[in-house]
Design a protein around this ligand. Structure first.
Ligand code: NAG
Ligand code: NAG
Ligand code: NAG
Ligand code: NAG
Ligand code: NAG
Length: 360
């Protein structure tokens, strides 16, 4: 009897220790940094890089497991000519990161391609019955634990002023989730079911860089956050700039009625689906499928459940807490969910991100 009790006790202890060491409780506040854009490109990321250096071996393993080996010479070619092929300040920041971390430039270029829309996600823009616009997103990824640990929230500063904010990864210079205070908010969701670990996808990406004919979507987002003056300007830029790969671009504004899901082909927008509160379209929602198609059976429920939860709430009950709850409902939240962000361009202080550690 005593032995049995001892056994149970030990077993419980081991399980608890494993769980508490391996997976922090859900949710965790994201680490936040200032990046001063008046600082030289070779220095502005140093604090972020210092704090994540121990994750580098894992990042390099991930990167190298994705890129087909026969394409590595093209990456080297890009690395040699990076300042000619990748726009400023992205090329200079990539060089700065490679030098500071002591990495090959090609590896940092690959890291920055890898996150260029290889993420499954849910994004929602909603208008409450005050006319305030809210924007919420989950970012899901298949290398979830590593990405959780690399997630950082950045306030991009010009002196003391936050020009824009973004949720990103240590070592990554683009933005997939961002806010221009009192202007607009942007999220990117992956579009296209092509297997992004296969050769054709990578070849297309690398060729696009060599051609200089198009943008990384995550660089376009950052440039838009930096330069566009309002929602309309941002949407025009995001809908018409030629990009390397297809994507969904979801934009919220600071004024009533300003919300859209842009379905992007490389060259242009196939569809712009706007809020239309007068027609009862008080929210728009995107996972990873064109709105006019049926998601595949294995991933149908994220979209269905997100819609069900939003419809249950109604426009009268939209706030940070209720949107967070929608994004926490399985399977909208799933084992791959790495973070949840809530934003509202007209209330810049709402901007908040939590790293998600769902139980496995
Ligand atoms: C991520 O961080 C957690 C908590 O600090 C740690 O237990 C885990 O090993 C890390 N995982 C990876 C892949 O870095
Ligand atoms: C609606 O707007 C008013 C005025 O700005 C504000 O006081 C109130 O808290 C808002 N209500 C909600 C539910 O956001
Ligand atoms: C920035 O903030 C610091 C500390 O609050 C202040 O001393 C400084 O004058 C500010 N600089 C500018 C340019 O506003
Ligand atoms: C958010 O809305 C819910 C439902 O209307 C309400 O119960 C809750 O108090 C609100 N929370 C905040 C922080 O406004
Ligand atoms: C996570 O994965 C496990 C095992 O596949 C599954 O049982 C569980 O339902 C998943 N959780 C969520 C929230 O999807």
């Amino acid at each position: 009897m005593a032995a049995e009790r001892l056994f149970v006790f030990c077993f419980a202890l081991i399980v608890c220790a494993t769980v508490s060491l391996g997976r922090p409780s859900d949710p965790q506040p994201v680490k936040t940094y200032d990046v001063d854009l008046t600082q030289h490109t070779s220095q502005r990321w140093n604090q972020v890089l210092d704090d994540h250096k121990e994750l580098l071996p894992g990042v390099l393993d991930m990167v190298r497991s994705y890129i087909p080996e026969e394409l590595l010479p093209i990456v080297q070619q890009i690395a040699v000519d990076i300042e000619n092929l990748i726009p400023s300040p992205f090329a200079q920041e990539i060089i700065g990161i490679a030098d500071y971390w002591g990495l090959d430039r090609g590896d940092v270029i690959l890291m920055n391609i890898l996150y260029d829309v290889t993420a499954f996600c849910t994004s929602i823009v909603a208008q409450d019955n005050n006319g305030t616009i809210w924007h919420a997103r989950n970012l899901d990824y298949d290398n979830a634990d590593l990405l959780r640990n690399l997630t950082v929230n950045i306030h991009y500063k010009q002196g003391n002023e936050t020009l824009y904010s973004g949720v990103t990864y240590a070592g990554y210079v683009g933005i997939l989730t961002g806010q221009r205070p009192n202007g607009f908010t942007i999220t990117i969701d992956q579009r296209g079911s092509e297997k992004r670990r296969l050769s054709p996808w990578w070849e297309n990406e690398l060729t696009a860089i060599l051609d200089k004919s198009s943008s990384f979507v995550s660089f376009l987002v950052r440039q838009t956050l930096e330069n566009a003056k309002d929602f309309t300007d941002a949407v025009e830029n995001l809908a018409t700039t030629v990009i390397h790969a297809t994507a969904y671009i979801i934009v919220g504004g600071a004024n009533k009625g300003e919300g859209v899901v842009i379905t992007r082909d490389r060259l242009s927008a196939l569809d712009r689906y706007y809020l239309d509160p007068l027609q009862a379209r008080w929210y728009v929602l995107e996972t990873n499928y064109d709105r006019w198609t049926q998601p595949p059976p294995f991933d149908n429920q994220r979209r269905v459940v997100a819609h069900r939860e939003m419809d249950k709430l109604g426009t009268g009950n939209i706030n940070s807490t209720t949107l967070y709850n929608v994004l926490s409902t399985p399977p909208v939240m799933n084992n791959g969910t790495t973070y949840t962000t809530i934003m509202s361009a007209s209330q810049p202080d709402v901007f908040n991100t939590h790293v998600r550690w769902p139980p496995l």
